[in-house]
Design a protein around this ligand. Structure first.
Ligand code: DGT
Ligand code: CA
Ligand code: CA
Ligand code: ZN
Length: 573
C-alpha cells in the first residue's frame, strides 16, 4: 500500500516538533514545517509521483535534500532521521505538547525549569502553583494546564477527517473486493462527517463472516489485530487509527447501518420512538413481539418510526427528529452549490502559487470567482503585503481579469485585526478591494471580553466583509480563544458582516453549532479554504460537510451567490 501524503506530512511535522524541543535552528524547523504543508496540500499522491520518477524538488519548499527524504519514506515507510532524533527524546515532553496552547518550546522550557519527568510531575507542579512562577507562564496558563490534565483526554488521539479518509478510502475499496462481501460501508462519526473521528466503524453485509474477517486482517496496512471473531474484529492501522469491523446478514443492513452510524443520542431517540409504536429497534432489525418486521434498509427503519430518512450529518439529536416529524428538515447546501472561494493566498504573501496559477486552478474547479486575500503588513513572518504591494496587486488582478471569460479574481486582503480591534490597513485602502477578510493572528490570549470586543470593533469598519477563522481553533492542537460567541454572532448580524467557515481540515472553524446559531440570526457564512496552494482549494468539501452538520442551506452561504449577487451582498453600507 502506498504511503499517504498525510502520513509523510505528519512525519515532517513531528520531526519539526522534536527539533523544536531540542532547540534546533529555527530555519531548519521551519523548513520541515513548510515541507509538511506542501505535502499536505498536494492534490496528487506523492507516492505515485515517486513511482513515476517525478522530480519532487520542483514542488514548492522542497529541495534536493527533502526530496531524498520523502523518497526514502515512500520506498521504505521509514524516516531514519526522525527515528534518530526521537531516540533519546523525553516522551513526557512530547505528550505535554498536546496540551492546547503549549507548543514544543514551552513544553521544553517547563520541563527544564521545574526539572519534571512526567505528566504527573507537571500536574503536581500546576497544583502547587510552581508553573505560575516560571517566567513566560502565568496563573492563566497554570490553570489551563491543570484543567487539561484533569480532563485526561490529551493522550486520547482523535483523527482529522482528511487523515481518516486517507486510510479509510483504500481500506473500504479493499474490503469491497473480498469474496463474499455483498455490501460495505463506513459508519460512525466518519459517515456523519464529524471534524475528527475516534475510530472507524465498518459494516459489511456478507455470509461467511470468518472468511471475510481473515481477509480483512490480512490487509497490508493492518499493524495490530486486537480481536478477531466470526462476526467482528478490531485492528489498528499503521497510522494508529482503530478499525471496528462487523459482518452482518444482508437483511439486517438498514438496522445495522443506522445503529452504527449513530450518534448514540440519535439512536436512543429512535429506539424510544420505536417503543412508543410498540416496536423494538436494535442493530439486527425491527421487531414486533418476537417477529421481524423490517430493517433491511435505512428507509424502512425511519419509516417504521414515522419519519422521513434523515441525513447522517444531522444525526446528533439536536432537533433533527422533531424537524423530520414536522417535515421541516433543512435543504442542505451541497458542494455543487459553491460558486467560488473567498479566502486564498499567493506567493505575494505565504502562498505557494501565483495569481494566475490560483485563478486557473479555481477555473478548473468550475468556479466563477476566487478571492485573493494575502496577508497584511503586520504578518511579517507570513510575508504580509505593504500598502504599496496591495495596490500593485489590485492592478495585477484587474489586468488578469481582462483576459478571463466568465471568471474573475476578486481583489481582497486578509487584514490583521490588531490588539485593540484596529485594522492593519486604513479603510481608505480597504475600500479599493472587492472583499476584505479580517482575522486575528496575534494576542490569542486576551480574556473573553477583550477578545470579543476586539473582533466586534474590527467589524465596525464597514469595509470588513468576513471574519476569518473566527475562533482560532486548531483541531486537537489549539483550543478556540475565549470568545462570547453569542455576542459576536449578534454583532455580526447587526453589522451585516459574514463569518467564515474555514474549510481547512485542521481548523473547520466555525464549529457546526456556531454555524447554525449564526444562520438562525441571519448571518451569512463564507465557506472558504484559505488555500495556500492550488491543491488547498480542494478542501472545500470538508467545509461543505461541516456546513451541512450546521444545518446550513444554500441561501445561508455567501459563496453560493453568483458574482452579480455577491458583489451586492458585499456592500455593507
Ligand atoms: P468516534 O468514534 O468517537 O468518533 O464516534 P462514533 O460516533 O463513531 O462512536 P463509536 O465508534 O463509539 O460508535 C459507533 C456508533 O455505534 C455510534 O455512533 C452509535 C453506536 N453505538 C455505540 N455504542 C452505543 C451504545 O451504547 N448505544 C447506542 N444506542 N449506540 C451505540
Ligand atoms: Ca467511530
Ligand atoms: Ca467504534
Ligand atoms: Zn488566510
Amino acid at each position: 500500500m502506498p504511503v499517504h501524503n498525510s502520513e509523510i506530512a505528519s512525519k515532517f511535522d513531528h520531526l519539526a516538533d522534536l527539533l523544536e524541543i531540542k532547540d534546533a535552528n529555527e530555519f531548519r524547523v521551519r523548513a520541515y514545517r513548510n515541507a509538511a504543508n506542501t505535502i499536505r496540500d498536494q492534490s496528487r499522491s506523492i507516492a505515485s509521483m515517486v513511482k513515476e520518477g517525478d522530480d519532487l524538488s520542483e514542488l514548492p519548499d522542497i529541495g534536493d535534500d527533502l526530496a531524498g527524504k520523502i523518497t526514502t519514506i515512500v520506498r521504505t515507510g521509514k524516516f531514519p532521521l526522525l527515528e534518530e532524533v526521537a531516540e533519546d527524546m523525553d516522551e513526557a515532553i512530547v505528550d505535554a505538547t498536546r496540551i492546547p496552547g503549549i507548543g514544543p518550546k514551552r513544553a521544553k522550557a517547563l520541563f527544564d525549569m521545574l526539572d519534571l519527568s512526567s505528566l504527573d510531575d507537571l500536574e503536581d507542579a500546576a497544583e502547587e502553583g510552581e508553573i505560575a512562577d516560571v517566567s513566560g507562564f502565568g496563573e492563566k496558563t497554570q490553570a489551563r494546564i491543570k484543567k487539561e490534565l484533569k480532563q485526561g483526554d490529551i493522550t486520547e488521539q482523535r483523527f482529522h477527517l482528511d487523515t481518516a479518509e486517507d486510510f479509510a478510502e483504500p481500506l473500504i475499496a479493499y474490503i469491497r473486493e473480498i469474496d463474499g462481501v455483498e455490501k460495505a460501508e463506513i459508519a460512525g462519526s466518519y459517515r456523519r462527517r464529524k471534524e475528527t473521528v475516534g475510530d472507524l466503524d465498518i459494516l459489511v453485509a456478507g455470509q461467511d463472516g470468518g472468511a471475510i474477517i481473515d481477509a480483512f486482517v490480512a490487509y497490508d496496512e493492518v499493524d495490530e489485530v486486537e480481536s478477531k471473531g466470526k462476526t467482528r474484529s478490531t485492528v489498528t492501522l499503521r497510522s494508529g487509527i482503530n478499525v471496528d469491523l462487523r459482518v452482518i446478514p444482508e437483511e439486517s443492513w438498514g438496522a445495522a447501518i443506522h445503529y452504527f452510524t449513530g450518534s448514540k443520542k440519535h439512536n436512543v431517540a429512535g429506539r424510544r420512538r420505536a417503543q412508543d409504536r410498540g416496536l423494538k429497534l436494535n442493530e439486527y432489525g425491527l421487531y414486533e413481539e418476537k417477529s421481524r418486521v423490517g430493517g433491511a434498509t435505512e428507509d424502512e427503519v425511519y419509516d417504521a418510526i414515522g419519519l422521513p430518512w434523515i441525513d447522517p450529518v444531522l444525526r446528533e439529536d439536536r432537533g433533527e427528529i422533531e424537524a423530520a416529524e414536522e417535515g421541516d428538515l433543512p435543504d442542505l447546501v451541497t458542494l455543487d452549490d459553491i460558486r467560488g472561494d473567498l479566502h486564498s493566498h499567493t506567493t505575494a504573501s505565504d502562498g505557494k502559487h501565483s495569481l494566475r496559477q490560483m485563478a486557473e486552478a479555481a477555473m478548473d474547479r468550475g468556479y466563477k470567482y476566487l478571492a485573493i486575500t494575502d496577508h497584511s503588513k503586520s504578518q511579517t513572518q507570513a510575508g504580509g503585503l505593504s500598502a504599496d504591494d496591495l495596490e500593485r496587486q489590485i492592478d495585477d488582478i484587474a489586468e488578469l481579469n481582462d483576459g478571463f471569460n466568465g471568471f474573475r479574481l476578486l481583489a481582497g486582503c486578509e487584514v490583521d485585526i490588531l490588539e485593540d480591534g484596529d485594522l492593519d490597513f486604513p479603510d481608505s485602502l480597504l475600500s479599493k478591494l472587492d472583499l476584505v477578510v479580517a482575522s486575528i493572528h496575534s494576542k490569542l490570549d486576551l480574556d473573553e471580553e477583550a477578545q470579543t470586543d476586539r473582533i466586534i470593533r474590527a467589524m465596525d469598519s464597514p469595509e470588513v466583509n468576513i471574519i476569518g477563522h473566527p475562533t482560532g481553533r486548531m483541531l486537537e492542537k489549539r483550543r478556540p480563544y475565549p470568545l462570547d460567541m453569542e455576542r459576536l454572532i449578534e454583532a455580526a448580524a447587526d453589522r451585516g458582516c459574514a463569518l467564515e467557515l474555514n474549510a481547512n481540515p485542521n481548523r473547520l472553524d466555525l464549529s457546526d453549532i456556531h454555524c447554525r446559531q449564526a444562520a438562525e440570526l441571519g448571518v451569512r457564512i463564507a465557506i472558504s479554504t484559505d488555500a495556500h496552494a492550488t491543491g488547498g482549494l480542494g478542501n472545500m468539501r470538508y467545509g461543505v460537510d461541516q456546513a451541512r452538520r450546521g444545518w446550513l442551506n444554500r441561501k445561508d452561504v455567501l459563496n453560493t451567490l453568483s458574482w452579480h449577487n455577491l458583489s451586492r451582498a458585499l456592500k455593507r453600507s
